[in-house]
Design a binder for this molecule. Structure first.
Ligand SMILES: *Cc1c(COP(=O)(O)O)cnc(C)c1O
Length: 222
């Protein structure tokens, strides 16, 4: 299906999820995840009004960025190797996968301005998932306070692919609770307003639980 049709369906679902949870659709940023698709398809997404794109690998990101440039905001959503930070740092608007000190150190070293970062949290405890353990998030943010180029704007998680909606909801609730705990700390480097959670399979539930950034690939452009 064309991206415009997909987007209409998604926007309709966003509206319904917002109604259920007393939220407003304007609070939610749709990040179009273009990792599976061509430049043509990515451009089609932009013409429908998508203003935020996400890529999870350096090569894919650079290929898209080189064709499209900064007419959209770019979100780096995948695992980022420290030695590749220098290749993306001046091009991305946000990094969603900050999960270790060595990466924070490298971002701080290479950045020439403050970089918006989401801390990736492994809420579900699956071994295959990247991210900090929930218990470690606050001490991690304190540890990176010395890195002046990092602004912790929120938390990010990837839920496992579950059919059990209530388990998914539990994962999103937990991330929201960790975000609230971080905010209570009033840390100068961590306004931590945002929740990057929800993908094609589960974005409606994520919105009901407070997502501010949803990352949608297959249902939008796939
Ligand atoms: C691929 C990917 C997505 C989008 O997944 P879909 O299920 O296709 O919507 C979101 N977030 C991350 C980190 C991804 O790697």
């Amino acid at each position: 299906m064309d991206v415009a049709t997909n987007l209409r369906i998604i926007q309709n679902n966003i509206r319904q999820a917002c109604e259920k949870s007393n939220r407003i659709p304007d609070e939610i940023t749709v990040i179009g995840v273009t990792k599976y698709v061509t430049i043509e398809r990515t451009k089609e997404a932009i013409t429908t009004g998508i203003k935020n794109l996400g890529e999870n690998r350096l090569e894919g990101f650079l290929e898209k960025y080189n064709h499209i440039g900064s007419e959209v905001k770019w979100h780096f959503i995948g695992t980022l190797q420290s030695r590749k930070v220098k290749d993306v740092i001046d091009k991305v608007d946000a990094i969603h996968s900050l999960d270790r000190l060595s990466l924070a150190k490298e971002i701080d070293k290479r950045a020439s301005k403050k970089i918006d970062c989401f801390i990736q949290v492994n809420v579900s405890g699956e071994e295959s998932k990247h991210g900090l353990q929930p218990e470690g998030v606050i001490s991690f943010i304190k540890d990176i306070q010395k890195y002046k180029h990092i602004r912790v704007v929120g938390l990010m998680t990837m839920a496992p692919h579950l059919e059990d909606k209530e388990r998914l909801r539990g994962i999103f609730k937990r991330l929201a609770a960790i975000r609230d705990a971080v905010k209570l700390e009033n840390l100068s480097n961590a306004p931590c307003e945002f929740l990057s959670m929800g993908m094609s399979n589960d974005y409606e539930i994520a919105i009901e639980e407070g997502a501010t950034h949803i990352r949608i690939g297959s249902n939008l452009v796939g």
